[in-house]
Design a protein around this ligand. Structure first.
Ligand code: MLT
Length: 266
C-alpha cells in the first residue's frame, strides 16, 4: 500500500527580537514560542526534565517573595538571577546545572530572571505558550508542526535589545521548518533576518554563543560551562508549556486547538 501524501501546510511566522517590540495584548490568543537561550529557557527545560512540578514565572523579586509565601523552602523554591547571579534569599540561581533532580524534584519553583521570565509573563495570555532553546529544538519543531497555525516567536533579548543567541535560535527553528517540503513558511522581516543569521552563524553554535555579549559576561562571572549546556542541541528533549499560571511539561491534551471554522450549509 502506498504512503498517503503529506498534507501541505501554510504557516506564518513572525519574530520579535525583544519583548519591547510587542504589546502583551497583541500576543493574546496567539501561539507564542518564547526563547531565552542564555539561560532562562534552558534552565526551565532542565528543571522540568529533572522532575520539578512546575515553574511559576514572575517579573519582579517582590512578586517572587509574595507568591512563595508560607510554603517557601518546603515544596516551594525561589530561583532566578539579577546580573546573572543568584538573588539574595533565593534557593537557586539561573544556571541549568543547579536544577538537578536532587534540588528540584516535586518542587514548585517561583522563577524570576531579568529578561526570560519577563518575556514569559508578557506572553501569558497566549493561546499556546511554549518555552524553547537549542536544547529542546526537536520537541519545539514537533509542537509547531502539530499546531499547524501561525506562530509568534518572542526572543527575550537583553535589556529590551536584540541579542544574537536568541535570534540564531529563532532562525534555526525557521530554517528547519523551511527544510520541510510539506510546509510553506510566510515570514515577517525579522523572521527572514533570523533565518539568514542562523545560516551564517549557526554552524558552530558554541563558538557563536561564546562570543555574544551575554556569553562573554557569563564566562566572566564563572558560568562558562553553562554556554556549553545551553547550546547542546536536543540534550533536554522536553516541552515546557504554560498551563494555567505555571509552566509544566507538555501533555498531549495541553494544546488548545484552532477554533472550528463554520462550514456554510450547502
Ligand atoms: C535572563 O532572563 O535575563 C537570563 O536568563 C539571564 C541569565 O543568564 O541568567
Amino acid at each position: 500500500m502506498s504512503a498517503q501524501p503529506k498534507e501541505h501546510v501554510r504557516m506564518k511566522i513572525e519574530v520579535f527580537f525583544s519583548p519591547s517590540q510587542v504589546d502583551e495584548l497583541f500576543l493574546r490568543d496567539k501561539n507564542v514560542v518564547v526563547i531565552d537561550v542564555l539561560r532562562a529557557s534552558s534552565t526551565i527545560a532542565t528543571a522540568l526534565m529533572n522532575g520539578a512540578r512546575e515553574i511559576i514565572p514572575v517579573s519582579t523579586i517582590e512578586s517572587a517573595v509574595k507568591i512563595s509565601g508560607n510554603l517557601f523552602g518546603d515544596v516551594v523554591l525561589r530561583g532566578g538571577e539579577r546580573n546573572g547571579k543568584m538573588i539574595e534569599g533565593f534557593n537557586l540561581g539561573n544556571s541549568p546545572s543547579e536544577y538537578t533532580a536532587d534540588a528540584v524534584k516535586g518542587k514548585s519553583i517561583i522563577f524570576c530572571t531579568t529578561n526570560g521570565s519577563s518575556a514569559i509573563v508578557k506572553s501569558r495570555y497566549a493561546k499556546n505558550l511554549s518555552v524553547a532553546g537549542f536544547i529542546n529544538m526537536s520537541t519545539t519543531l514537533d509542537l509547531i508542526k502539530e499546531m499547524n497555525e501561525d506562530i509568534y516567536i518572542l526572543c527575550a533579548g537583553k535589556q529590551s535589545l536584540f541579542c544574537i543567541e536568541d535570534s540564531v535560535c529563532a532562525g534555526m527553528i525557521i530554517s528547519l521548518l523551511m527544510n520541510d517540503e510539506s510546509i510553506s513558511v510566510e515570514m515577517n522581516d525579522p523572521a527572514v533576518a533570523a533565518a539568514v543569521l542562523f545560516k551564517s552563524m549557526g554552524k558552530n553554535l558554541l563558538r557563536t554563543v561564546r562570543a555574544t555579549d551575554h556569553g562573554k559576561y557569563l564566562a566572566e562571572i564563572g558560568f562558562k560551562n553553562d554556554i556549553k549546556l545551553c547550546t547542546d542541541i536536543d540534550s533536554v528533549p522536553v516541552l515546557p508549556m504554560m498551563i494555567g499560571n505555571s509552566i509544566k511539561l507538555r501533555k498531549k491534551e495541553t494544546l488548545k486547538p484552532a477554533p472550528e471554522t463554520d462550514v456554510p450549509a450547502q
